[in-house]
Design a binder for this molecule. Structure first.
Ligand code: GTP
Ligand code: MG
Length: 305
C-alpha cells in the first residue's frame, strides 16, 4: 500500500500492508560528501519525481547548509537533506471554519478521484460535525452517471444531495446547494465538478465562471478550492497544479491513489513552486481510506528511514 501510510493502527489507519516507498537513501552509495554524492542525489531526486528544477535547488541548498555547518559527515548531510525537504512541504488547509458555512469545491482532471474524494470528505467531516450538517452538490453535470454516483454515496452516508438535470449549469447547482445549506443551517457544502483536461482552455474557462459565481457571494460563506491530484501521475501533476492554480487559485491539494505505485517527489515541487498545502491523502477506494497528510510519515517513506 501507499507510501504515506503507517503499517500501524494509528488514527484509524488499519492493517495497511507495509510499503517501501521511494527510499532515496537506500540508493545513495556511501563514501563521504564528494561531488559524486551530490550528483547522485540530484539524479535520485529527479527519479523520485521532484523534477529537475527542484532537484537542483534542493542540492544547492544542501551544499550551502553543509558548508555553513562545517561538516564533512555524510550522516549529518542526510539529516540536513531531510530538514530541507521537511521545510519544503506544506500541510493543512483542510480545517473547517466554525460558525460559518464552508464550501469545498473539488477540482481536477478526469479520473483522478474527485467524486470518490467528495464522499470520503463527507465521511471524514461528518465525524466532526454530523452528516446531517453536510450538503453535497452534484456539480458534474457533464457526465450523465456522475450525479448518480454521488447520489449513491449520499444515500449511503445519509447526506443530502442537490442535483439538477444532466447538461445544466454547474454554477446553478452549487448556488442552489448554498441556498439549501443556508436554509438548513448546514455547516459544509462539498461540490463535485466535472473532470476537465488542464490542456483544454474552454473547460478551464468554465471553471473560472463557477468560481466567480461562488466568489461573488463572498462573505456569506468560506470558499475553499481543493485540487485533486493522482499520486501516480508524477511530474504531470505539477503542470495540473500550475494550470488550475493560475485559472482559479487553488487553496489546497488532495493527493489520491497513494496506495498505488507512486514516488511522491512531485509534492516538493507543488509546495515549493505554488505554495500550496497538501491537505489530505486518499489511500484506497473505501470511504475510510482518507487521511490528513502527514509530512513526517511521507518523508519516512520517500527517504526510506
Ligand atoms: N486505489 C485507489 N483508487 C482510488 C482512490 N480514489 C479514487 N479511486 C478510484 O479511481 C477511480 C476514479 O474515481 P472517481 O472518483 O470516479 O474519479 P473522478 O475524478 O470523479 O472521475 P471523473 O468524474 O470521470 O473525472 C474509481 O475507480 C475510484 O474508486 C484512491 O485513493 N486509491
Ligand atoms: Mg467524478
Amino acid at each position: 500500500m501507499g507510501i504515506f501510510n503507517r503499517n500501524k493502527t494509528t488514527d484509524g489507519q488499519k492493517d495497511l500492508p507495509q510499503t517501501k516507498g521511494f527510499r532515496l537513501f537506500s540508493f545513495l552509495k556511501g563514501g563521504g560528501l564528494s561531488e559524486e554524492f551530490y550528483g547522485q542525489l540530484e539524479d535520485l531526486m529527479v527519479e523520485g519525481d521532484a523534477g529537475v528544477k527542484t532537484a537542483v535547488e534542493v542540492c544547492e541548498e544542501l551544499r550551502r547548509r553543509v558548508k555553513a555547518g562545517k561538516t564533512e559527515d555524510e550522516a549529518a548531510a542526510r539529516r540536513l537533506l531531510r530538514e530541507i525537504l521537511r521545510e519544503s512541504l506544506i500541510t493543512g488547509g483542510g480545517d473547517l471554519e466554525d460558525g460559518r458555512l464552508n464550501v469545498g469545491l473539488i477540482l481536477g482532471v478526469n479520473g483522478v478521484g474527485k467524486t470518490t474524494t467528495v464522499a470520503k470528505m463527507a465521511h471524514f467531516y461528518g465525524k466532526q460535525i454530523g452528516n446531517d450538517r453536510i450538503v453535497l452538490a452534484a456539480g458534474d453535470t457533464f457526465r450523465a452517471a456522475a450525479a448518480e454516483q454521488l447520489e449513491r454515496h449520499g444515500e449511503r452516508l445519509g447526506v443530502r444531495l442537490v442535483r439538477h438535470e444532466a447538461g445544466s449549469d454547474p454554477g446553478a447547482v452549487i448556488y442552489d446547494a448554498v441556498e439549501s445549506a443556508k436554509a438548513r443551517k448546514a455547516a459544509l457544502i462539498l461540490a463535485d465538478t466535472a473532470g476537465r483536461m488542464h490542456t483544454k482552455s474552454h473547460l478551464v474557462e468554465e471553471l473560472k465562471k463557477i468560481s466567480k459565481i461562488l466568489e461573488s457571494k463572498g462573505g456569506d460563506y468560506r470558499l475553499r478550492k481543493f485540487l485533486v491530484l493522482d499520486a501516480t501521475t508524477g511530474q504531470n501533476s505539477v503542470s495540473q497544479a500550475e494550470v488550475f492554480n493560475d485559472a482559479v487559485g487553488v487553496d489546497a491539494v488532495i493527493l489520491t491513489k497513494t496506495d498505488s505505485l507512486s514516488k511522491g517527489g512531485n509534492l516538493f515541487a507543488i509546495c515549493r513552486r505554488f505554495g500550496l498545502p497538501i491537505a489530505f491523502t486518499g489511500t484506497g477506494e473505501r470511504l475510510d481510506d482518507f487521511h490528513p497528510f502527514d509530512a513526517e510519515l511521507f518523508l519516512d517513506r520517500f527517504l526510506g528511514e
